[in-house]
Ligand binder design. Sequence first.
Ligand SMILES: Nc1ncnc2c1ncn2[C@@H]1O[C@H](COP(=O)(O)OP(=O)(O)OP(=O)(O)O)[C@@H](O)[C@H]1O
Ligand SMILES: [Mg+2]
Length: 494
Amino acid sequence: MSTSTILELRGISKRFENIQALQDVSFNLREGETHALVGENGAGKSTLMRILAGIYTEYDGEYLLDNQPLHLRSPREALSRGIGMIHQELSVMPELTVAENLFLGRQLTNRLGAVDWGRMNRIAAEELRKLGFADIDVKAPLGNYSLGTQQVVEVLRAILSGARVLIMDEPTTALSPPEVERLIQLIDTLRQSKRSIIYISHFLEEIMRVADRITVLRDGQRVDTLERRETSITHIISLILGREVNATLPAALSRADGQTLLSVSNLTADVFREVNLTVEQGEVVGLYGAIGAGHFDLARALFGLYRIDSGMVAVAGQNFPANFSAAYAIRHGLAYATESRRQSLFMTEPIYRNVMMPHLHRLGRLLAPQPRTELELAAPQITLTGVHPNDPLNPVGQLSGGNQQKVAIARWLPFPPKVFIMAEPTRGMDVGAKNEVLSILRDFRNQGYGVLVVSSEPETVLSVSDRIVVMSRGRVVSELLNQNIDKDVLMRLL
Ligand SMILES: Nc1ncnc2c1ncn2[C@@H]1O[C@H](COP(=O)(O)OP(=O)(O)OP(=O)(O)O)[C@@H](O)[C@H]1O
Ligand SMILES: [Mg+2]
């Protein structure tokens, strides 16, 4: 295997107003290698990659491409030098066709100067076939396809623009297991054609499958760079956290036999049918399904955000009226955190305002903000959930992805609900933060509240639930106590 270095960063430091995001970080990338970048939430991974991709143009240190110094001024310039970045929030256009997306911004023309769709469609189909995606119809709107396919198209777009270095920042957080497999195969194909890939992920099992080398960042510094063959997940975790970890979580309590806090009877909508489930006092129920099973829409429906056709929702014995609103659900003891934090947080508002947003009606004067009261109520929750950095006045948009998720949880703690519905509570979180969040949920349960964790990640459901309800294609297909079941058992139930 060739080991020539194509790209190198030396002694990179980057400061945002009051935060040293990167401190003297060195990193190099070889031709044809997949180099994983791991580290806790806020360790500096995305920042380093944004420098590589020409997004952040101000930093200290050296950037060398093919041994030549380089100072990129824009992502466009990066791409012209062969460096492309796939962001977690995809930048594809769902209403355009697959081929239109692939040639976005650089359409091919014929000899007369007219846009040549015939040629673009042919090239698109040929390239997709070469990469093993012959089943994708280049003339169909991209929005018809799953997130996983959209991601493939985004990768291919970068390749067609000439990228030989591809940066993927948490590419699999929203993908179903088969889609993850497809992406991993795609990475293999790209590696064979000598492309180099930088892969950021919190899923260490995935890292062990795709990576040739692994660089660990902690608090903005490089801790180590390891050959994958010579390391183990346990070792990587200890480097990420800077301490040994106890990976076993406390055992779940036996099933509580208190009051039924949430009861769902025959709930039916366009994407789910006749769903029955309950959450008892002091119980965490995991609602598990593959992406597309209807469980995320069910969660929205329980919070008044998705149209219910028939059936009944009751909280602590009280039936909700038909077509109840989210405000009604909050007032009657429900809380909901969506799987998409960008949707629920106000990025430019300070952390404390985000935390207090659902509770302003309790403070009386909705139209006259009371910053001091809000701050006093929010600050302990921000500390409790371990948001870092924890200055309540910082805008949420400046936090790293995982820390934004903690804010989405903290916001329900000032006035605890009876039942907390959480979709993908640990998506995008590092191992340490994951454990923190799961233990917050467990504390919550131990205080006698109910929790419904809605997820497509078997690990999440298995690590926190007392009982697991499995949904497939809009229906509940099984329900089991979380005892002696493992990932394989769970996935076979889908
Ligand atoms: N635009 C910004 N303004 C101010 N601070 C920022 C900005 N972007 C990042 N930071 C801070 O820099 C640090 C590194 O953030 P970065 O997004 O690189 O972390 P990360 O390793 O990608 O984390 P995650 O796994 O949560 O995505 C964090 O403390 C973050 O709050
Ligand atoms: Mg990041």
